[in-house]
Design a protein around this ligand. Sequence first.
Ligand code: BDR
Ligand code: CA
Length: 321
Amino acid sequence: MDSPTPRQIYLDCDPGVDDSLALGYLVASPLVQLVGVGTVFGNCPADAGARNACDWLSVMGASDVPVAAGARKPSHGEYHGGPKHIHGQRGTGAVQLPESGTTPVAGNAAELLVDLARAHSGDLEVVTVGPLTNIAEALAIEPELPHMIKHLTLMGGAALHPGNISPVTEANIGKDPESARIVFGAPWPMTMVGLDVTMSNTFEEEHRQALLASGSTAGRLLAEVLDFYFDFHLDVYGRRCSALHDPLAAIVAAGGIVPALAPMINVDIDDTRGPGRGQTLCALGGLYRGFPAQDGAHCRVALDIGAPVAPHLVDVLTTLP
Ligand code: BDR
Ligand code: CA
């Protein structure tokens, strides 16, 4: 049987430890052709993230993929630096990546996304694993973008799970709720991979050891970077392991795993200045009735993955050089 045509994917990220796993998965997966990477403020500044993306892509044998630095702050407000206790000083845990000779392209991430959408005429898919500022900026440049993009998959939000930066708000949405509201309001087919599924699918020490023991240089570096991230999660889970936020969005976007439950529902974003700021308001009224169709809904919200994620991630990452 012929293998399926790889999905053409643009990744928007703030690398970031788990962003790096998502990047590695999209480089390594035979289901994907990664055609561009944009970075946004978040886990580290956008320019540092672009440097990290260039260095990671070089280690991963994909330095031909263009990288563009994007938004340096949210659409409304300022950026005060990333959570260094989670992602380390530079977004790579306690590891200094080997410096590549490659540099980000001229132009910003929103421009790169629009250029790629135009060049790939309806075939481009978007994966976002950081704040949605670049995507909202791209929509302002090209209002037809939702009709030019095949699918958008994002790591962000929480439908039924508590938030991780406020009682109700997940970090990627909470860092720029105004942009998130614009992105969720645009009429493209979307899949939201939020804390509902990323917190319950973990990467354990046995999986990290499998990466360390692999013959893959990139796999080993990823495992070393994860060491720092595991320390942060000790307080969260009571053991050294990590949530699989960004890689899970990449896996779902690639079709590596199809979520067992992901109803198509209406989602709005609270962009008020109240205590719910950044909440993903998911219309889950059909939870006990099999989710009857909702007018205008264009977003699937992953509620259950239903398959082991970490072993699949290890299998794919260990094919990296
Ligand atoms: C999200 O926030 C970031 O710290 C992670 O990289 C992930 O994208 C999880 O809430
Ligand atoms: Ca991220």
